[in-house]
Design a protein around this ligand. Structure first.
Ligand code: PGA
Length: 257
């Protein structure tokens, strides 16, 4: 059975004052919640790297875990301004988001570079949360499955397992826009991704790998999205910044079957 996952991506938001939100979230979901509730979701918050080590103190004793938002493909070296997977792990992260569409667009990241970063993440004992998704133009020309299939094939290295990899489907046009695909459109893509994983890695790996939906998830639409075929959780941007917005999303995930 796949453990559900509620992931929050703070993006380039948050200074020390934002740690109060993490503390509030940690208080709402103490560690015992994970042990006691059979359907309790894993919670993963990815704050800016500058907050990670302080965030690690804020979440002690809770069900909340921490991740980075990107990493370099090598562990150390002359790469001014970059952060390695080892550094994230050392600061308290257990996962890292890779290939977010904002990285692909703003930093010209290719699926091949995402795959190299995934290997670096695994070498540092981080779970790779690999993002993919189509643009509005690609959706309108009916190229969605072709695009996400190609991204999946090239971004996910051969050594992927259900334990070291999470896939997040995030239509670019749904991120930060308030627009959400229909539930049928989400199901189409998630069913396709599960089938692609099965074809390449076999049923065991495909059944063990969490598939997240991301893009304008909020408390008001979370329950119906979580009830959609092959959706194992969400990657949430804006609505993860405030504990009061994120808590009902986690609660909806816990309540989903
Ligand atoms: P959003 O962002 O929830 O603000 O749409 C999602 C994401 O980029 O992961």
């Amino acid at each position: 059975m796949r453990q559900k996952l509620a992931a929050g991506n703070w993006k380039m938001n948050g200074t020390g004052a934002a740690l109060a939100e993490l503390t509030a979230l940690a208080e709402a979901f103490p560690a015992q919640a994970t042990a006691a509730g059979k359907s309790c979701a894993q919670i993963l918050i990815c704050p800016p790297a500058t907050l990670l080590s302080r965030a690690a103190d804020s979440i002690k004793g809770s069900a909340v875990t921490l991740g980075g938002q990107d990493c370099h493909a090598v562990p150390s070296g002359a790469h001014t301004g970059d952060t390695s997977a080892e550094m994230l792990q050392d600061s308290g992260a257990s996962a890292v988001i890779l290939g977010h569409s904002e990285r692909r667009a703003d930093h010209s990241e290719t699926s091949e570079s995402v795959a190299a970063k995934a290997k670096a993440a695994w070498a540092a004992d981080l779970v790779a949360v690999i993002c993919l998704g189509e643009t509005l133009a690609e959706r309108e020309t009916d190229d969605t499955l072709k695009v996400v299939g190609a991204q999946l094939a090239a971004s996910v290295p051969a050594a992927a397992t259900g334990a070291n990899t999470v896939i997040a489907y995030e239509p670019v046009w749904a991120i930060g826009t308030g627009k959400v695909p229909t539930l049928a459109q989400i199901a189409d893509v998630h069913d396709f991704l599960r089938a692609e994983l099965t074809a390449r890695f076999g049923a065991e790996m495909a059944q063990a790998t969490r598939l997240l939906y991301g893009g304008s998830v909020k408390a008001s639409n979370a329950a119906e999205i979580f009830a959609t075929s092959n959706v194992d959780g969400a990657l949430v941007g804006g609505a993860s910044l405030k504990a009061a917005d994120f808590e009902p999303i986690v609660a909806a995930l816990n309540a989903s079957t």
